[in-house]
Design a protein around this ligand. Structure first.
Ligand code: ATP
Length: 250
C-alpha cells in the first residue's frame, strides 16, 4: 500500500475485543508504521516482574485501569525513547531530512515533525481524559480512529481469542485462525488465552471502557481529529481504515 507523504500520528480507540490489536498489526504492515501498544507494554513489564509490572499486574487481572500517572510515565517515556516526542525544555530539531519541513505549532505542545518517518500509532493509550490531556501536552495527534463494533460480536469474539504473547499478535478460533491450530504463524510458538479474557473480568473491562474511555471520543471530536469506522469483522474494517489513511496521509 501507499507510502506516506505526511506524518500520521494515529490513536486507535475502541472497546476491549474490538480488534484494535488486529488493525494495529495490519496498519503496521500496510504502511510500515511503528506502534506502541499500552497493553503489550504492560504485559511485558508484568512478565519481566519490573516494579511497574508488579504494581500493574493485579489491576490488570481484575479488569480495572492502571493508574493514569503510571500510564503517562510509561507511554511518554516510550515515546521519547523512540524519538517521537521531544523532551520538554530540550527540544530536538524535529527536522525531516527527506522531505519538506512543515511544523504544526500548538502553544501547549512542542512542535511535531511532519516528516512521514515520524509517523506512529498508539494502541490502548490514552484511555482516560486525563491521559489524553497529558498526551496533548507532548504531541498533537492527527487522527483518532474510533472502532465501532457491535456488542454481541465483541462477546463472541473474546470467547475465541488466542494471543502470541511475545509479539502481541492476535488470532481467533473463528474469524482469524492461525495457519496451524494453536501456534503463531510467524514463530511457530504456542498461542495462549489472556487471563483477563475470562467472562467476569471481561465484563469489568467493558464497563471501564464505557465509563472512562468513551468520553475521550468527545474530546477528540472537539479537536477535529475523530473518525469512526463501523464493521462486524476486522476484514470489513481494514479496507475502510486503509483508505482513510491513504486519503489523509499518502
Ligand atoms: P483488547 O486488547 O481486546 O482491545 P483491551 O483494550 O482491554 O482489550 P489491552 O489494551 O491489552 O486490552 O489492555 C489490557 C489491560 O491493561 C487493561 O484492561 C488495563 O488494565 C491495562 N491498560 C492498558 N492500557 C491502559 C491505559 N491506557 N490506561 C490504564 N490501563 C491500561
Amino acid at each position: 500500500l501507499g507510502k506516506l507523504r505526511k506524518a500520521a500520528r494515529v490513536i486507535l480507540v475502541g472497546p476491549p475485543g474490538c480488534g484494535k490489536g488486529t488493525q494495529s498489526g495490519r496498519l503496521l504492515d500496510h504502511f510500515k508504521l511503528s506502534s506502541i501498544s499500552s497493553g503489550d507494554l504492560l504485559r511485558q513489564n508484568v512478565r519481566a516482574k519490573t516494579p511497574l509490572g508488579v504494581q500493574a499486574e493485579s489491576i490488570m487481572k481484575s479488569g480495572g485501569l492502571v493508574h493514569d500517572s503510571i500510564m503517562v510515565k510509561l507511554i511518554v517515556g516510550e515515546l521519547s525513547k523512540r524519538g517521537w516526542v521531544e523532551t520538554r525544555g530540550n527540544m530536538a530539531s524535529g527536522l525531516c531530512l527527506t522531505g519538506p519541513l512543515s511544523v504544526i505549532s500548538k502553544p501547549s505542545a512542542p512542535a511535531a515533525s511532519d516528516c512521514p518517518s515520524a509517523s506512529f500509532l498508539l494502541d490502548g493509550f490514552p484511555r482516560t481524559q486525563s491521559q489524553a490531556k497529558s498526551l496533548d501536552e507532548e504531541v498533537q495527534m492527527n487522527l483518532v480512529v474510533n472502532l465501532d463494533v457491535p456488542h454481541d460480536v465483541i462477546l463472541e469474539r473474546i470467547a475465541g481469542r488466542l494471543v502470541h504473547e511475545p509479539s502481541g499478535r492476535v488470532y481467533n478460533t473463528t474469524w482469524n485462525k492461525p495457519m496451524n491450530p494453536g501456534v503463531d504463524d510467524i514463530t511457530g510458538e504456542p498461542l495462549t488465552r489472556r487471563s483477563d479474557d475470562q467472562p467476569e473480568t471481561f465484563a469489568k473491562r467493558l464497563k471501564a471502557y464505557a465509563e472512562a474511555t468513551e468520553p475521550l471520543l468527545e474530546h477528540y471530536d472537539k479537536a477535529g481529529v475523530l473518525w469512526t469506522v463501523r464493521g462486524k469483522t476486522s476484514d470489513e474494517i481494514t479496507p475502510q481504515l486503509d483508505a482513510e489513511i491513504q486519503r489523509r496521509f499518502a
